[in-house]
Structure formats: structure tokens, C-alpha cells
Design a protein around this ligand. Sequence first.
Ligand SMILES: NC(=O)c1ccc[n+]([C@@H]2O[C@H](COP(=O)([O-])OP(=O)(O)OC[C@H]3O[C@@H](n4cnc5c(N)ncnc54)[C@H](OP(=O)(O)O)[C@@H]3O)[C@@H](O)[C@H]2O)c1
Length: 330
Amino acid sequence: MHTYSVRKVGVVGATGYSGVELVRRLANHPGADLVAAMGSAGSEPRRIPALRQIWDDSVVPLDLDRLAALDAVFLAVPDTLAAEVGPALAARGPRVFDLSGAFRLRDKALRNRWYPHSPDPELPVTYGLTERYREELGEARLVACAGCYPTAAILSLQPLVAAGLLEPGIIVDAKSGVSGAGKTPTERTHFSEIHGSMAAYGLFSHRHGAEIEQEVGTDVTFVPHLVPLDRGILETIYARLRPGASGDDVTATLQAAYAGAAFVRLTGADLPEIKHVAHTNFCDIGWRVSPDGRQLVMVACIDNLVKGAAGQAIQNFNVAFGFPEALGLN
Ligand SMILES: NC(=O)c1ccc[n+]([C@@H]2O[C@H](COP(=O)([O-])OP(=O)(O)OC[C@H]3O[C@@H](n4cnc5c(N)ncnc54)[C@H](OP(=O)(O)O)[C@@H]3O)[C@@H](O)[C@H]2O)c1
């Protein structure tokens, strides 16, 4: 049996949707000793009923000094708190895996616009999409894990844009289950509003649009929708192939980009569905080209709480600490 050099880890935001997913997986991770799971400062210690016999300790109030002694801290908290504590913790020792958007945008003006509470980070930030930044993760101290909608869009589009196969004018039509909005219900997300309905939101004003454009390297029209599911994201992506580019080029480019990828499954003309990826760390990507060879439609699915959040963060942690990429994730 393989033995691993076990790292002491903590989770902040352990009572939230992403936090519970982190605790569930880290509690059984052969390379992690989950020594602290925390909620808001001043909150009462709480158990996580869904994790009985998986992790029976209590979630305790936030204690930064305790976290500073660990090897790694996962932040599954609002971006305002992550902006405050992420760089400070990373400067004190632990490597920080931030699930929020606080430090994902490299451009200062964009960061000021979309995350006005985020200061200029005093230490380098690594964008936490393992498939793209594997080489940088080994040295990373502060990892800004990729957002949920961006993960599916970037994994689908970035190789094709980089290969020059697509015309400008890409559309990302995205649908997300309600857990994407976190555990606190709002007028838009509580059951009686979303059950039996669907709504577009955030047109030209969702901060994930800037993140997708940063990583894909071109403008996209990003339209998110809320759908009556508890979890999962499906994105339908519309693009036109450049003259001279073919469906075979699309296939060859994606296959080369993801040869041996642990968590990207290329499904070709068999279009993926949310049920195929729910509760997994997979991103499934399928595509078809129109009979005239000009239009490309892609469909990408992830579980927003796993590949879009907790699983992605653990995948980054695994690579950062030299563990097998899929450790604790299958
Ligand atoms: N949901 C998703 O699909 C998803 C995907 C990717 C990234 N993210 C990002 O991950 C982060 C967490 O999202 P979520 O949806 O899991 O959130 P959530 O369900 O709303 O849970 C938020 C967590 O943060 C804690 N928290 C809130 N304010 C705090 C404070 N001042 N100090 C310490 N803890 C505090 C809460 O603890 P209490 O119970 O004590 O209030 C709770 O554990 C967000 O930045 C979000 O943008 C979410």
C-alpha cells in the first residue's frame, strides 16, 4: 500500500455548500489530515448532519491563528472574507486554496470593478485550473480556484481559441442549479421561486464573464440561467469555425489538449448531461459541427460543487503538494 506524506489542512466555510463537499472529501483523503473545519467567527460549534460517520467533529468558529499553523487552508467563504484573510494567511505559512473569486482576475481595473473589496495581492496568485496551470501549482502559495461557470467554458474553448480555430462572436449559454448561489436563500433562489421556472440573469453584468474572457483570451457573450436543479452546470457554446478550420481540427485539438487528463472526458458527438457528472470531478465536453462545416456547438457539463468548487480545489491541492492528481477524488 502506498503511504503519503500527510499534510495538515483546514477548511473555512465548512457549513456552506462547497465547504461540506470539501470536508466530505478531505476527511477520507490519504494525504490530508483535516484538523480544523471552521464557520463564521462567533458562531456556535456545529455538527454536519450529512457527514455523520464520515467526519464527526464539530465545525468551530473562525480562528486564524490556528489556521496559520497548517500546511494548507481551503477558503469556501464569500469573496469579501477571502480577500481579507487569503493573502494574510498565505503570508503566514499555509498554502491557501481560495474557492472565491476574490483574486481570480489578474487585471487590476477588472478586479476593482468586479471584486471591489479585493486588494492588490502582495504575493503571486496562481489561477487554480489544474488542466491549465499545473506547472505553476507546485510553487503556488495563493491559489485562486477557477469559478464554476468559467471552468466548463474555459476547458471547452481555450484550446480551440489558442489554435485559432474560431471566429469572434462566441456565445456561452449557461444553466446552473441553485446550489451555485450558496446556502442562503434569496428571492430568486428559494424553492417557490425557482421550482417550475427558469430565469436568465446577470446579462452583461456577471463577474464570471470577465474571468472566462481572461482565460479563453477572447470576448465571449456569457448568459447565465438559473434552473430548478440542486446542482450541476450545463453550458451550450455556439461558435463559428474560421474558414479552413474543420470539425476534424476541433477533434484533434481537444484530444491533444486533454490526452491523459484525469478529469476531462471528451464525449464527441455524444452530448453530455448533468447526471453524467453529478457528484464527480469530471468535466464532460461534447460537440457537433453543422453539415456545412461552419458552425460549432459544444455542450459541457460539470457539478458546480465538485469540479466547479471543492473537487477542483482538491485537484489543485494534490498537484501543489505532489500527490497523484486524482487522490481523494474518485
Ligand atoms: N456554490 C458554488 O457552486 C460555488 C462554486 C464555485 C465557487 N464558489 C465560491 O465558494 C465560496 C463559498 O460558496 P458556497 O456556495 O459554498 O457558500 P455558502 O453555501 O453560502 O456558505 C458560505 C460559508 O461561508 C461561511 N462564512 C460566511 N461569512 C463568514 C465569515 N465572515 N467568516 C467565516 N465564515 C463565513 C459560512 O459560515 P456560517 O455557516 O457560519 O455562516 C458558510 O460556511 C464563495 O466564495 C463562492 O463564490 C461557490
